[in-house]
Design a protein around this ligand. Structure first.
Ligand SMILES: Cc1cc2nc3c(=O)[nH]c(=O)nc-3n(C[C@H](O)[C@H](O)[C@H](O)COP(=O)(O)OP(=O)(O)OC[C@H]3O[C@@H](n4cnc5c(N)ncnc54)[C@H](O)[C@@H]3O)c2cc1C
Length: 259
């Protein structure tokens, strides 16, 4: 079983900063972390390898410092990684990102399954998985909460829906996006950390991928973000002091003012 897991670098909480000119996220690698949902995709890919054998390949489009996160994935059971990195990939919307990732997948060669997180916690669109599958011409299932059965030919997925669950059988090769209830990601092991230091790691740029320059980066992105702003905080905190009776009176006064 050859599984590719898509791993995105995201700014850690409180570090999301936007470029006022391009309205894109500033990605300088400072305090960045693996997109939380991707840690579940990594764990699932490794569990499939433990069940059926084969290999797991980490794939990311990002700045050079993303290598640190791919090596972290390799300390948790991923066998090798490919980073797609080029200045011309910067500012990509989901259309350009999924096109670039599809070139990365094609450059890897044959595969059985692609795993993505449900969504990235910075861009938040949840579009990359389905768009990548469309680019590759393979079926996809989003929001997978459980892999009920996995074989070399097909998978049986439990998909979370607004009203409950669906059980879907999908022929491989296919792509799934996973939610956080699917598993409990493991910690890196000491042998895993040792392996990750010199594990197979490759970087490819736009030329290596023979990318169509009209379809990558900011210029290949039809999305126009016209305005970004930080919402105003309108909530205030009131501290009630004194004995219990005066605090209760204070709460009643506030409730009367609100209703
Ligand atoms: C303010 C703002 C608004 C934006 N609005 C839009 C918009 O309206 N439309 C639009 O198309 N784009 C928009 N973007 C850009 C969008 O955030 C980027 O295209 C982003 O890199 C990819 O989308 P996402 O983060 O939503 O990924 P999601 O689709 O939420 O990610 C799902 C999964 O795909 C995989 N994945 C995603 N990105 C990568 C990657 N680089 N490498 C490897 N795997 C990856 C991961 O497994 C991830 O868990 C906006 C950006 C900003 C800053």
């Amino acid at each position: 079983m050859r599984t590719i897991v898509c791993i995105k670098q995201v700014p850690s909480t409180n570090e999301v900063r936007l470029d006022p000119e391009t309205k894109t996220i500033i990605r300088d690698g400072r305090q960045s972390v693996t997109n939380p949902f991707d840690t579940y995709a990594i764990e699932q890919a490794v569990q499939i390898k433990e069940l059926l054998g084969g290999e797991v390949i980490g794939l990311s489009m990002g700045i050079p410092s993303t290598e640190r996160l791919l090596r972290d994935a390799m300390s948790r059971g991923v066998d090798s990684s490919l980073l797609l990195s080029d200045r011309s990939f910067a500012g990509a919307d989901t259309l350009a990102t999924s096109y670039t990732l599809s070139l990365g997948v094609r450059s890897i060669g044959d595969f059985d399954l692609i795993l993505c997180g449900k969504m990235a916690v910075d861009g938040d669109t949840a579009q990359i998985g389905p768009e990548l599958a469309e680019n590759l011409g393979i079926p996809h299932v989003t929001d997978v909460v459980e892999l009920v059965e996995v074989s070399e030919e097909k998978i049986l997925c439990k998909k979370a829906t607004d009203k409950g669950h669906q059980i879907l059988e999908v022929d491989l090769p296919a792509l799934i996006t996973v939610v956080k209830d699917i598993n409990m990601p493991r910690l890196p092991s000491i042998p895993g950390i040792e392996f990750s230091l010199n594990a197979p790691f490759d970087i490819r740029n736009a030329t290596d991928l023979n990318a169509d320059t009209a379809r990558i980066g900011l210029s290949g992105s039809p999305t126009q973000v016209v305005k970004t702003y930080i919402p105003e905080r309108t909530r205030t905190a009131v501290e009630l002091t004194g004995d219990t009776e005066s605090q209760v009176k204070g709460i009643m006064k506030i409730i009367e003012e609100v209703i």
